[in-house]
Design a binder for this molecule. Sequence first.
Ligand SMILES: C[S@@+](CC[C@H](N)C(=O)[O-])C[C@H]1O[C@@H](n2cnc3c(N)ncnc32)[C@H](O)[C@@H]1O
Length: 249
Amino acid sequence: MGLYLSIFKSKLFRFFGKSLKVKESWEEMPSQFQDMTSFLNWFDAAKSIDESLTNAQIDWVGRFKQGDCFQSVPKKNALEIGFGGGRLLSQSARDFDHVYGIDIHHNFEMSKLFLDTQGIKNVTLLHRDQIDLVPSGSIDFVYSFIVFQHFDSIAEVDFYLNQIDRVLSTDGVAQIYFGKNKNEGVKVTTEKDFILRDCSLFINPLAMRERVGARFNVLAYSDILPKKLNGYFGESVQAMILFKKQVHR
Ligand SMILES: C[S@@+](CC[C@H](N)C(=O)[O-])C[C@H]1O[C@@H](n2cnc3c(N)ncnc32)[C@H](O)[C@@H]1O
């Protein structure tokens, strides 16, 4: 089934009061795409492989590489939470000796094929439940873009904050983009209201800073970001937070 047909079906589901599970849709949908363009399109809405690669370079450079701290971060290991098709891995793998990718979808073969065609060999793809295989204290840069907004609970944010605390190296930093709630606190979309691929978790940026700041040193944050970096498309639904481990004396 094509992507747009699937989204239409999910809208019909909602119209008839049926529910759609957020996590299951991210796990299962990617397995139905046979060609690379449709596969990549599911994750980043690009209409061709070239567009996906161009957007990947724009996002990697503009959202991460030009950011505070990036230049001074050691470049041994990085970790991407929610690598999707692998477009950002294809960029980060050129800046780090090795990159781990974590995701929950069931079509890693297609992501591997995409990375292969880009000549990328220095990556390890792991399912979320295998994250323990990433050695503690080994990661210099943890990053995530358009992923936390797709979680189905705040517990998933805490799961990753625990893991970031475990894997970050002493000089390492984490840069996480998340869906922002303009109201107070956290808002989660119910299964009944969820439409395929839409955002499902919205966190007030101040609440996120408090959550992260309780255990990490917050280095920078940005609550208002452009939706795209190549032209004016309005404000992004995401906010960003940059942090590192607290130093215990
Ligand atoms: C919109 S795509 C973005 C992919 C990639 N970050 C990019 O910029 O192209 C969202 C990704 O988040 C992943 N995802 C959703 N929930 C997740 C979770 N709990 N843990 C890890 N990845 C998750 C999805 O499988 C999907 O690959």
